[in-house]
Design a protein around this ligand. Structure first.
Ligand code: PHE
Length: 338
């Protein structure tokens, strides 16, 4: 049998095919179990030894060619099988699978913004451990043994370690920072704090604070006021007013609570500010001499200020959020708004 002849014949027959049935019939005729190719393959052993190799190769080539031709024809008939991924049919213009981009959690966003404002003023950003010693959380901060905040109702103590607790504020980082370095010192410390409060719209057992501490020779109350004014205007806008109200903290003297004019009613009085026109945003004061003394700083030579703010509270005021729990429920409908 002349292979070239068969090849020419196949081509001729293929050209005439107009339906899938015809194509299938041709496939069976040549590639079927008793088809022409099988017959040719079966005749290989009978070919004389000199020509057998070349003949075998020619049969193989014909078979491969036939596969290709059948596939081409099938495609041209519009009934192509699903193309293999690496075939020319792969659609490189098809849009890819979009990767959803996340963004910062609103609390992280506020922390970054606030720390950014203070670092522009020369404060260093530090972080500290959430498990603290009683000394750093209370004693080193001039908080007396009988102070109610030391009570187990107000602080999470670690069960088997009487002297360890979950820090109830970021102020223990004042103690750590002063133990580590000598003045001058200017730091801000963001981080989580813990209190055994019943959960409601304004309380959680965990929230975030940012602590600030500056110590040098001749640091005055007006320095505190100036620094906080820059912070308040950067976060809440230039038109916001700020006021200091006398308060008490064991680790600062004098101590203040800092209010801003209500950003909802602009000071006129509304339900958010409890008709007062002012919103409390942080606690602050001049570092108490007893705190310096515990840290081994010379209280006659150095002075300083400290402040502490609740990050969730700042975020709630800034974005008009009325329930603190929303921050930690991981509800994307809420989180996607920031
Ligand atoms: N640690 C105080 C609190 O948690 C805040 C504060 C910090 C007040 C520093 C004064 C100075 O309420």
């Amino acid at each position: 049998m002349d292979i070239n002849l068969i090849s020419a014949q196949i081509k001729e027959e293929l050209d005439k095919i107009v339906s899938c049935d015809q194509l299938e019939a041709l496939r069976l005729k040549y590639l079927g179990r008793k088809g022409v190719i099988a017959e040719l393959t079966g005749s290989i052993p009978a070919v004389n030894p000199q020509e057998r190799g070349a003949f075998g190769k020619a049969v193989n080539a014909l078979k491969q060619q036939l596969f290709v031709s059948l596939e081409e024809k099938q495609r041209s008939l519009g009934v192509s099988k699903a193309p293999a991924p690496e075939s020319a049919e792969t659609d490189l213009g098809m849009p890819g699978i979009a990767q959803e981009l996340g963004h910062k959690h609103p609390i992280t966003g506020i922390i970054d913004q606030v720390c950014g404002i203070f670092s522009q003023m020369g404060f260093k950003v530090l972080e500290g451990p959430e498990i603290e010693t009683e000394h750093n959380n209370f004693t080193g901060l001039n908080i007396p043994l009988e102070h109610p905040s030391r009570d187990a109702f107000d602080t999470f103590y670690l069960k088997d370690y009487e002297k360890l607790l979950l820090r109830s504020h970021t102020s223990p980082m004042q103690v750590r920072a002063m133990a580590k370095s000598k003045p001058p010192l200017a730091i801000v410390v963001p981080g989580r704090v813990y209190r055994p409060d019943a959960v409601d719209a304004s309380h959680l057992f965990m929230f975030h604070q940012i602590e600030g501490l500056m110590v040098d020779q001749g640091v005055k109350f007006s320095d505190l006021k100036g620094v906080l004014e820059v912070f308040v205007k950067a976060v809440f806008g230039k038109d916001v007013a700020m006021r200091f109200r006398p308060h008490f903290f064991p680790f600062t003297e004098p101590s203040v609570e800092v209010d801003i004019s209500c950003i909802i009613c602009k000071g006129k009085g509304c339900s958010v500010c409890g008709r007062k026109g002012w919103l409390e945003i942080l606690g602050a004061g001049l570092v108490h001499p007893n705190v310096f003394q515990q840290a081994g700083y010379d209280a006659k030579k150095f002075s300083g200020f400290a402040f502490g703010m609740g990050v969730e509270r700042i975020a709630m005021l800034k974005y008009g959020i009325n329930d603190i729990r929303l921050f930690f429920e991981n509800d994307l409908r809420f989180l996607k708004q920031f």
